[in-house]
Write a protein that binds this ligand. Structure first.
Ligand code: ADP
Ligand code: MG
Length: 224
């Protein structure tokens, strides 16, 4: 599903260049659930942003679902993201003035699905995630775990093949974190490939494989 070969990435700011990814080779098969661990600043989010076609890389090869991802136009990148990828973030990234249902429905707005239809589909996902009664609440009326479930529903609504999650439990207490992992594992069992960045060993252990990144290089791969 995902193949990376010798991916390099530097951030250039003014005179300075910071070499963040130093030759990443990685293969993730369809249906796998993988975690990425590493110290703060080791390049985990940079890697995830490249996988999510949210950022470019400098050299190497990336192919997603058999399609080589080079410097795509923003339009093509957006089309690929819409078709294949779902994102979950530590800080949920919900729109504060839209209710849970509208947040979940948002990706379908970009696919020009009518309001009525997208709200019906969004309600289906909220129901599946146990949030039907919270559909008309704003994000600030929801708990952290509820907000993350809204974000997961939003990620699922386009039927992605891959979900990329950047520290999805980073802002949650330990009990809610484990519930979130149950949910992500259940979603993975439906066949969706999943990559989760985490700082927590008990989260990583629930994935099939843990990849350790040290200073922009993969230094260890553990089968859990
Ligand atoms: P992690 O997610 O593992 O904590 P990141 O991938 O966010 O690490 O960052 C890796 C390094 O790249 C850090 O030193 C960070 O400061 C730097 N960095 C991240 N994003 C940018 C950016 N947009 N511009 C410049 N430097 C960046
Ligand atoms: Mg990060």
């Amino acid at each position: 599903m995902i193949t990376l070969q010798k991916i390099h990435k530097s951030y250039v700011t003014g005179q300075n260049s910071l070499h963040v990814l130093k030759g990443i080779d990685l293969e993730i098969k369809a249906g796998e659930m993988i975690s990425v661990m590493g110290a703060s600043g080791s390049g985990k989010s940079t890697l995830l942003n490249i996988l999510g076609i949210l950022d470019n890389y400098d050299s190497g090869e990336y192919s997603l679902d058999g399609i080589p991802i080079r410097k795509l136009s923003e339009r093509k990148a957006a089309a690929m993201r819409n078709k294949l990828l779902g994102f979950v973030f530590q800080s949920f990234n919900l729109i504060s003035f839209k209710n849970a249902m509208e947040n979940v429905a948002l990706p379908l707005y970009y696919q020009k699905v009518s309001r009525k239809k997208r709200n019906i589909i969004a309600m289906g996902y909220l129901e599946r995630l146990g949030l039907k009664d919270w559909a008309h609440h704003l994000p600030n009326e929801l708990s952290g775990g509820q907000k993350q479930r809204v974000a997961i529903a939003r990620a699922l609504i386009t039927n992605p093949k891959v979900i990329l999650a950047d520290e999805p439990t980073g802002a949650l207490d330990s009990v809610t974190s484990l519930e979130m992992m149950d949910l992500l594992q259940e979603i993975n069992r439906t066949g969706i490939t999943m990559l989760i960045v985490t700082h927590e060993h008990d989260i990583a252990e629930r994935t099939q494989k843990t990849i350790r990144i040290t200073d922009g290089m993969i230094t260890e791969i553990i089968n859990n």
